[in-house]
Ligand binder design. Sequence first.
Ligand code: NAG
Ligand code: NAG
Ligand code: NAG
Ligand code: NAG
Ligand code: NAG
Ligand code: NAG
Length: 502
Amino acid sequence: MISMASHEDLIEDNLLLPHEINNQRNRKVKATFLHKIKAFFVKNWKIILLLFVILLLISCTIIIPISILKDKTKNISSQCDEYGKKIVETALKGTEAYSRLATMCTLFGNRLSGTQALENTIDWIQEQMINDGLENVHTDNVSVTHWVRGNEYAHMTAPYYKKLNMLGLGGSISTGGINITAQVIVVNSFDELDQVQSQVPGKIVLFNAVFTNYSSTVQYRASGAVAAAKYGAVASLIRSVTPYSLGTPHTGGMYYQDGVKQIPAAALTLEDSDLIQGLVNFNKSVTIQLYMEAQTLPNAISRNVMGQITGSEYPDQVVVIGGHIDSWDVGQGAMDDGGGVMVSWEAVRLIKALGIKPKRTIRVVAWTNEENGAAGGQNYAALYKNETFFSIETDGGATTPLGFSVTSSSKTLSALSTIAEHVLKPIGSTSVTEGEVGTDNSFLVDQGVPGAQLVTNMTQYFWFHHSEGDAIDKMDPVQMDQCVGTMAAMALCIANFNGNLP
Ligand SMILES: *[C@@H]1O[C@H](CO)[C@@H](O)[C@H](O)[C@H]1NC(C)=O
Ligand SMILES: *[C@@H]1O[C@H](CO)[C@@H](O)[C@H](O)[C@H]1NC(C)=O
Ligand SMILES: *[C@@H]1O[C@H](CO)[C@@H](O)[C@H](O)[C@H]1NC(C)=O
Ligand SMILES: *[C@@H]1O[C@H](CO)[C@@H](O)[C@H](O)[C@H]1NC(C)=O
Ligand SMILES: *[C@@H]1O[C@H](CO)[C@@H](O)[C@H](O)[C@H]1NC(C)=O
Ligand SMILES: *[C@@H]1O[C@H](CO)[C@@H](O)[C@H](O)[C@H]1NC(C)=O
């Protein structure tokens, strides 16, 4: 190779044509230069090939993905990038969410629709929102169910006496001023009830359905009374809808059906349900005495309460974040859903405290009456669907946030997923999947508004849900701060989204 190159060198020198003589010196240098490059290529082709391959690899692994990412993040505004990260960082240093929840739970207690406690809490929130400097703070009247529990109890009177911890179900009627005393028939499912229907008349049915998941097991709470009454039962009892128990019954909504006799309905503890089942398995006749004063009064007036940071560019496009302020009449409604209201409210307060001016309006809403009517969510959607850009509800307990479940177009879902990956990594709440959006949100989302629900770790949620156990001691300040950061950063990034949601 080397000797051939020197031979070529000679030939080229000899090939200079006459008209080129003037430039001979230059040409000679150029020719020599070109020749050297050629020689270099020939000489080092292996290294050059290697360099080429390396370049190719770099472009595939770095340059192309970056340009794809750039395309994916084109709707993520620079404000989202800068402030989203700042919000997360600040929230993780500690927020007021927990202490405000503790204050609310301590000063007002639980907040069933129709109670003065609920209205006092709403007044307090409205006042605090004004103190926080939120704008357009106001309430809207909502006509709500007014169910009252009254005095109630249940005893097992045979084969031996035992006081039963019980809670009447929301919406239930009373026992009509008397003790209902009747033999119990235990079933584990609606199918089993069908099989023993001839034995049901005059008895109290106990649905002892072991918790599998909420949506499935809650059917016995919601419609057990109707199923039992169709076969002539005098009352309906359920095993509380929870996977775990320390002797606490769990209440919740139940519904009657037109044309089916209304019978009283209540929940027993897991312990007592299993005890009764055990006695029946030993062929013992179990008798229960049930007394309930529950009644539904004429509707009461409650209110949705809300406040906002008005958008700087699109004030008429509203990103809603919220939870429900009412609760059942047991415990403190700390998890369900005081925590959800507090983290949504604190998220807006945090954005404001950082001096961030979102392009679209970010509004915190505390819906009323979610538990026994959802009139608050319905009222809100009827009034404000016109201006809702996106709506996020949190009603699954303000525990460790994992991400969002979303109902929207698949492109919007993927945009939210990109946002989450972009700003929520420090919290770990980056999971964005298609799914349920929550009861209050459903009235907006059913009309085509895109929406989401904060997804949290619900491992222990139903242990306390709708029971005396749902109190402030179950809440964790650090987890609540993580929820605040997640809600605030996502709300801001949606409020500052470049263009319409795809
Ligand atoms: C809201 O309800 C209250 C009674 O609770 C009533 O005094 C007030 O006028 C109502 N406001 C509106 C705007 O209807
Ligand atoms: C119901 O039973 C209780 C005892 O468990 C008794 O004290 C009460 O007087 C009874 N009520 C009626 C209305 O019979
Ligand atoms: C809930 O449990 C039922 C059984 O009770 C099961 O059929 C259903 O698939 C479960 N649903 C979910 C979402 O896991
Ligand atoms: C209960 O009664 C059934 C049917 O009479 C019988 O087969 C069963 O052995 C009895 N169980 C016990 C624990 O006595
Ligand atoms: C939407 O409707 C509400 C209630 O009627 C009204 O206050 C609000 O100004 C409307 N928003 C827009 C953008 O029209
Ligand atoms: C959820 O919480 C439980 C305890 O309540 C814990 O064991 C589990 O690791 C948590 N899971 C996630 C994904 O955070």
